[in-house]
Structure formats: structure tokens, C-alpha cells
Design a protein around this ligand. Structure first.
Ligand code: 5GP
Length: 189
């Protein structure tokens, strides 16, 4: 998606050779108009595919998932990273290793909000090694729901997540795929 790639080139910066910061429009300050355009692009890419629910993970997936949900006209469910006292105890749960925080935590979705009648589109901001996506896919499996596909804003093609998911037959649509980030320069596939 050209508008997104341009924005990454203009406003993104390479923190380390593996971490791209896009805090000015995606991860801290949010450009809702761009989010809406990205939601529309996901809708185009998953046109004619069944989607009854969008599933994401807190916190950074929520904004793009919520805007995309407008285009799909379906609810968003976000997996929580803590089992808060007031979260329904009856949850689907799976451990996920965080790429950015370098720690493992359990993610939870209440059984109230996902079940075998659902066709799920998973949406997230980044795809790196695929741990977050794999955890969400596991929750979809626990719910016996159908996984329609995975929509990603920025995939880092030099990390293994995208390849592993596609090798497992999962449809992955990424709006921008970063090929490499060496020397502070961002290159797209
Ligand atoms: P994975 O589970 O695929 O290894 O990593 C995906 C998750 O880690 C995303 O939900 C995202 O929040 C975070 N993440 C991974 N790589 C980056 C990155 O380069 N920049 C930012 N801002 N977040 C990232």
C-alpha cells in the first residue's frame, strides 16, 4: 500500500536492525485517517471471504483492528495480556513470547466473544517472528472458529513469522513488507 510505505519512509525510524518505530502514526500517536484507509485496504484484500469477527491483541493492534472493523461491519475482540479480576474466568488462553518486551505472558479471550460460528480475521500492527499471530491462531482453534486469514500493517520480511504462517497454509496479507533495515535505511520487498 503506497500511502503506508511513504509514511513509513517519512516518519518511521530504525531503532535497531530489527525494530522499526512508527510512533507518530501507529503505535503512540494515531493517524485515524490512515488507519481507516488501511482498514478499507484489508476489506479489499479479503473481499468475498467470510469475516464475522476481527481478533487482535492489546494494545497496539486495537486501533487498526477497530478502524478495519468499520469497513467489515463486524465487532473486534482483543486478546488481553493480563487475566484481570473482572475478566470472565472462562477464557481461551495461550502463552505468547513478546518480541519487543522479551518476556512470555498468557493471552486471554473470554469464551463469550468467540465461538465455532465465527469466521475470524486476525489483524495486528507488526509481524516479526509470528509469536503473537500464532497465539491468536491458537485461541481461534480453541474456540473451534474458522480462521479466514491474517492482516498485518507492517511485516518484517527478514524475520520468519510470515514465511512460517504461509507455509502452514494461512492467508497472510501485509500492507507493507520491509525487506531490510540495515544502516538505518528502510527497504521494501
Ligand atoms: P512477533 O510476535 O511476530 O514476533 O511480533 C509481533 C508483535 O511484536 C507485534 O504485536 C508488535 O506489537 C511487536 N513488534 C514486533 N516487531 C516490531 C517492530 O519492529 N516495531 C514495533 N513497534 N513493534 C514490533
Amino acid at each position: 500500500m503506497e500511502a503506508l510505505k511513504e509514511r513509513i519512509l517519512n516518519d518511521g525510524y530504525v531503532l535497531t536492525e530489527e525494530i522499526l518505530k512508527v510512533d507518530s502514526f501507529l503505535n503512540h500517536q494515531i493517524d485515524s485517517k490512515l488507519m481507516y484507509q488501511m482498514g478499507e485496504e484489508f476489506k479489499r484484500r479479503f473481499a468475498n471471504k467470510p469475516v464475522t469477527k476481527i481478533v487482535t491483541i492489546e494494545a497496539s493492534g486495537i486501533a487498526i483492528a477497530a478502524l478495519a472493523a468499520l469497513s467489515f461491519n463486524v465487532p473486534v475482540v482483543f486478546a488481553k495480556k493480563t487475566q484481570s479480576r473482572n475478566l470472565d474466568k472462562d477464557t481461551y488462553t495461550y502463552p505468547v513470547y513478546s518480541f519487543t518486551k522479551k518476556q512470555t505472558y498468557d493471552i486471554h479471550i473470554s469464551k463469550k466473544y468467540l465461538n465455532e460460528d465465527d469466521d475470524v480475521l486476525i489483524i495486528d500492527d507488526f509481524l516479526a517472528n509470528g509469536q503473537a499471530a500464532a497465539g491468536l491462531i491458537e485461541l481461534v482453534k480453541q474456540a473451534r472458529a474458522n480462521l479466514t486469514g491474517v492482516g498485518i500493517v507492517i511485516e518484517k520480511g527478514f524475520q520468519k513469522g510470515g514465511e512460517e504462517l504461509r507455509n502452514n497454509g494461512i492467508i497472510v496479507e501485509s500492507l507493507a513488507i520491509v525487506d531490510r533495515m540495515t544502516g538505518g535505511e528502510i527497504r521494501f520487498l
